[in-house]
Design a binder for this molecule. Structure first.
Ligand code: NAP
Length: 521
């Protein structure tokens, strides 16, 4: 199976050297990707000319209907996708649901936003400024669709959600998407796009897919285009510092990796509800999707007097997690995406182990129903670092797998200072019933994080999780996390639209706002 690309309204096969993708449970090759010889400049141009032109002529409500239609096509084929996610990503049913249902849910949420914005094609911000002494000259702020193309490069761990969360905001804004999935898991993205194209629910050119390396894609962007990249900080830096992209004036947003933290509050003593909630979340971080979530907890800060109890409680639960073939009902955690990622994770653990002790895991171990060495398995791994203040690797190394390090703190201010050593993260969580601690953490760590989850016992188990990105909330983080921002409800449209200050007469202000939806972006 060689995956084709869907560009300029047709499916095309790349020529030349291909890269294989595998079943990480067995190591067996499933297929290959290759985009050699594909006319990437032509693909981007077609999307701009045909796709964006058609989408931008529609109202927000009509674009919302398109998103709903895409969600319906995907829902109808959901079981096929779960099977691909198991075979190509090593996903358990829960892992597959996070990726597949997460993508479908995001499309539906943006479909509803379309309905709310209604028949308009532009957005007028509330508030009018009088600019002259006489009431004849005013200014308002108007958002209009950029006549470009949205290039979307995704990471391997979310072949569904990563694709659809980016398409949702671009399409609702009226901009065509050219998506490039990561090669290791491109099969699921490819199958989904195939079904959507076959169902003929989108205007021509509204959605294209490049399966392969994507070399040169970013070099053909122009001033009205954008690049939304998700992946490692290294690749992000390489792409955004390319001369052609810098000169193009295209908008760029980077969603990179981060060493996210959770703080178990000073009041979260063993036996309290918040202690148990924190243990539960740490165990999820070390098992769901085999730890391959960019928002995942990598560092856990626990008040020194509760550290031993916390470590023991997490280790005990990890001991009960069965790693193996995700097709088996008894298996809670499948493999990593391929042997290269497993080896990179083992290397990362070795780096952490220079400063921290391995409490449990740290090895390939046994895999139920599978040959552990032929597959890409890794045991859930918990480490403890006894000198969090002077350690460096634990704050800087993202082990992209089921791995986290616990560390002691003395007082909430030190916990916050340690969390900030991640130098900017996607997500932070705090488990505490103390309102003062909650406020202090929110105030101090806000600048360092794109999202903060503050759990007390009134929230209990109703929270959506440290790692789960909700379409209503912004996703992205400052500093090391890339400085990007996606989603966040209507805020997600900003990336694809231009805000202009419009200055003119009261009659003009009225005419423009009569045609626009009024909303805060
Ligand atoms: P990666 O190796 O950086 O690759 C990311 C994407 O960039 C892939 O589609 C890759 O394609 C593509 N790419 C690489 N070089 C390129 C080039 N020269 N031109 C165009 N595209 C190019 O990252 P990954 O291993 O897939 O993902 C894991 C990392 O992503 C982790 O560090 C994780 O934290 C991060 N991540 C971040 C977020 C977030 O929202 N912040 C979400 C998920 C993952 P190929 O696969 O074909 O090489």
């Amino acid at each position: 199976m060689r995956l084709e690309s869907y560009i300029a309204g047709g499916w095309v096969a790349g020529q030349g050297e291909a890269r294989p993708f595998v079943n990480p449970t067995t190591g067996e090759t499933l297929g290959e990707v290759c985009d050699g010889g594909i006319d990437v400049a032509g693909a981007l141009d077609f999307a701009r000319r045909e796709g964006t032109a058609a989408l931008s002529a529609l109202s927000f409500a009509e674009r919302g209907n398109l998103l709903r239609a895409v969600a319906d096509v995907l829902t109808a084929n959901r079981e096929k996708y779960a099977d691909i996610a198991r075979r190509n990503s090593g996903n358990t049913p829960t892992d597959a649901a996070i990726d597949i249902d997460g993508g479908i849910a995001t499309l539906k949420v943006y479909a509803r936003y379309g309905k709310t914005l209604g028949d308009a094609r532009t957005i007028m911000e509330a508030g009018e400024e009088q600019l002259a002494k006489e009431p004849v000259f005013y200014a308002r702020h108007l958002w209009t669709t950029r006549p470009g193309v949205a290039l979307q490069i995704n990471a391997f761990n979310f072949p569904s959600w990563g694709l659809w969360e980016k398409v949702s905001t671009a399409l609702l804004a009226g901009v065509a998407s050219v998506a490039k999935p990561a090669s290791a898991t491109a099969w699921l993205s490819n199958e989904m796009v195939r079904d959507v194209i076959a169902a003929d629910v989108l205007p021509k050119g509204a959605l294209s897919l490049v399966c392969g390396r994507g070399a040169g894609l970013v070099d053909h962007l122009g001033p009205m285009d954008s690049l939304a990249f998700t992946g490692s900080a290294d690749t992000g830096l390489k792409l955004k510092s390319g001369e052609a992209l810098m000169k193009s004036g295209a908008r760029v947003t980077i969603e990179a990796d981060s060493v996210n933290a959770t703080i178990v509050g000073p009041d979260a003593a063993p036996g309290t509800v918040v202690f148990d909630l924190a243990v539960r979340e740490a165990v999820k971080a070390l098992s769901v999707k085999a730890g391959q979530l960019c928002t995942n907890i990598r560092r856990v800060f626990v008040s020194r007097d509760h550290l031993a109890a916390f470590e023991e409680a997490v280790a005990a639960k990890l001991g009960k997690i069965t790693v193996g073939d995700p097709a088996l009902a008894t298996v809670r955690m499948g493999p990593l995406v391929d042997a290269a990622q497993r080896d990179a994770a083992l290397q990362g653990i070795a780096t952490l182990a220079r400063e921290a002790k391995i409490v449990t895991g740290g090895e390939i171990g046994a895999a139920e129903g599978a040959d552990a060495k032929a597959g890409a398995f890794l045991q859930p791994t918990l480490l403890r670092c006894d000198d969090a203040a002077s350690a460096r690797a634990v704050h800087e190394t993202e082990v992209f797998g089921p791995c986290a390090t616990v560390m002691a703190y003395d007082g909430i201010d030190q916990a916050a200072a340690l969390a900030a050593k991640g130098e900017g993260s996607l997500a932070l969580s705090l488990f505490s019933n103390d309102a003062d601690v909650q406020k202090r953490v929110a105030d101090t760590l806000g600048p360092w994080h794109g999202r903060m989850l503050l759990v007390d016992e009134t929230v209990g188990k109703n929270h959506t999780g440290h790692s789960i990105v909700m379409p209503q909330c912004v996703h992205g983080g400052p500093g090391r996390a890339g400085g990007g921002e996606e989603l966040g409800g209507l805020r997600g449209l900003r990336f694809h639209m231009q805000r202009s200050a419009v200055q003119g007469s009261p009659a003009l202000m009225k005419a423009l706002s009569d045609d626009a939806a009024e909303a805060a972006l």
